[in-house]
Unconditional design. Structure first.
Length: 555
């Protein structure tokens, strides 16, 4: 039987937990990796054995203790194993998003002075691998299309490390580079104590145990997946499954039947659009009003998504439109929003348990997190999970912390009398119109997203007479007539503007033809809109004048 970690227990390292599971239930399955439709299962004993082999190989290289080792791959079992091996050998992991472009890859490898790169499945392997200088050795995970200096199976063909070292909890465990939504990625330095404090403490509010099944598909290079899935599974003993590819996503969710499912707004919207494509809203509304039938429909929808065994649904990374949360709540998928950032180990607030009357908030501060609103309206947090520093950037480190040690988050917010926090916008996103008035785009974007024909939106208007909205239409909109869509958008705009102050009134909705994606550089790897890139790329379109309130743009 697993040891339960009490909330007042000392913070243990991931290695200490690995050794525990290795000794107590070596033959129990920990990781499940799909490959060509078949699953490779790894027991705790096998994971520990392979991690020990990774550590032994790294030790053979006689690297300086604390050397930076990169993991450049999509999620897979080897990602976890390698991360543990890097810890065991006394080095620092540097994750790189599998969608990273050449300039980002080069910047991270050079800035962190990376000594070796583990490579796995990538978005565009040929171009991405070319960004790794020849002097940096590479090891490829056992998947096709990832050439390297050494194959994974050859790399771990050695005697495993026999010792079971434990790290100094104040030493650096990882450097996580931000996704670059506001410019050049910054290296966020986390010690074993800071990031593991968050991972160990999240077990209580999420009630994660060894009976849970988790699905790892959001990028492990991002803090949320690292803390809530990888590290939390080591503390709780949960079973983790991976996704083979985007094409097999639905199959792999079905196979896993996760009990805890964490997603991001973009994917929740995709799920919603997928359901509506099969079951139009009018028909769905009718069926949900019929007793007995409504329960059967809800059960069928959840089973179709592979989420019929899920006990906790969560969303993070960016705000999820309240209308979307309400829509899912109507089909018994209560989505709990959470908030955090790379700098505080993604451990800030959570709306757990779900409360319908608190939709639109990001919940309350977790236990151990002190949260306040500054005189400027900024959310500021202090907790043991706050980062140590920005790597090699003392100036930015000093800028992001207040004199009394609170982290400046850059988010504006308010707190109600029950301690629930509502984000009202990003300080950097706020823009000034030509009239000298400031506009916060986030609340306006959330209202526009209530229209099912809109899938992506960005409200902008720096130095314009009035703000305008760039939108990408949903699949449902593409199946509808142009007149119907434009009539709906016109009505949404009218209703929206009737509740806005005069300087906030949106002048136009500009319909963009091409979806914003990671591939075209308009979304971060965590599917947030790169506002500054969008505004720069479409500056001519934004600055133009339009005779019609709704305009279609060839872009």
């Amino acid at each position: 039987m697993a040891s339960l970690i009490s909330k007042n227990a000392r913070i243990q390292s991931p290695l200490e937990r690995l050794y525990y599971w290795e000794n107590s239930q070596s033959n129990e399955i920990y990781l499940s990796q799909p490959e060509n439709g078949e699953y490779r299962h790894y027991t705790w004993g096998q994971v520990a054995d392979q991690a020990r082999r990774v550590a032994a190989r790294l030790n053979e290289k006689n690297l300086t203790p604390g050397s930076r080792i990169a993991i450049f791959a999509k999620n897979c079992a080897e990602w976890f194993i390698t991360d543990l091996g890097i810890m065991m050998a006394g080095h620092v992991s540097v994750p790189i998003f599998a969608t990273a472009g050449e300039s980002t890859i080069r910047h991270i490898l050079e800035h962190a002075d990376v000594k070796l790169v583990f490579v796995g499945k990538l978005e565009s392997p040929e171009a991405q691998l070319a960004a790794i200088d020849n002097h940096i050795p590479t090891v490829s995970f056992p998947y096709p299309g990832t050439p390297s200096d050494m194959d994974w199976n050859d790399f771990i063909r050695c005697e495993p490390m026999q010792d079971s070292p434990l790290p100094d909890m104040q030493s650096i465990m990882t450097i996580i580079y931000t996704s670059g939504s506001t410019g050049v990625p910054k290296g966020v330095v986390h010690t074993f104590h800071s990031i593991c404090w968050a991972a160990q403490h999240c077990l209580e509010p999420l009630t994660t145990t060894e009976k849970d099944r988790l699905l790892s598909y959001l990028p492990l290079a991002h803090i949320t997946e690292r803390v809530l899935i990888e590290l939390a599974s080591l503390y709780s003993g949960s079973h983790v499954s991976f996704v083979e590819s985007l094409d097999t996503f639905q199959r792999d969710v079905q196979a896993c039947r996760p009990t805890l499912f964490v997603s991001v707004p973009r994917l929740w919207t995709k799920f919603q659009m997928g359901i509506l494509a099969k079951l139009p809203q009018r028909k769905l509304n009718t069926l949900l009003r019929i007793p007995i039938i409504n329960k059967l429909i809800i059960k069928k929808i959840k089973k179709g998504l592979g989420l019929d065994k899920t006990r906790l649904f969560a969303s993070g990374s960016a705000p999820l439109a309240p209308a979307t949360i309400e829509w899912f709540a109507n089909i018994d998928i209560p989505i709990c929003e959470g908030w955090g950032m790379t700098e505080n180990s993604a451990y800030g607030t959570a709306s757990v348990p779900f409360r319908r009357d608190k939709v639109g908030t990001i919940g309350k501060a977790y236990n151990g997190v002190t949260l306040r609103i500054s005189d400027e309206g900024e959310i500021q947090v202090k907790a043991p999970c706050n980062m140590k520093e920005y790597y090699l950037d003392e100036e930015k480190t000093q800028e992001v912390f207040t004199e009394d040690g609170f982290l400046r988050t850059g988010d504006k917010g308010i707190i109600d009398n029950e301690g629930y926090v509502k984000i009202t916008g990003r300080l950097k996103d706020i823009f000034k119109t030509a009239k000298g008035k400031y506009v916060t785009p986030a609340p306006i974007e959330a209202k526009l997203m209530e229209n099912a024909y809109i899938e992506q939106v960005c409200v902008t208007g720096n130095n314009l007479p009035q703000p305008l909205a760039l939108v990408v239409l949903s699949e449902e909109a593409r199946k509808s007539s142009q007149d119907e869509v434009e009539a709906s958008l016109t009505e949404t705009l009218k209703q929206l503007n009737s509740h806005l102050e005069s300087h906030q009134v949106v002048s136009n909705i500009l319909i963009m033809q091409n979806e914003w994606s990671i591939g075209n550089g308009l979304l971060t790897p965590t599917l947030k809109v790169k506002r500054h890139i969008l505004e720069s790329r479409f500056d001519t379109i934004i600055q133009a004048r339009y005779p019609s309130k709704i305009a279609r743009i060839e872009a």
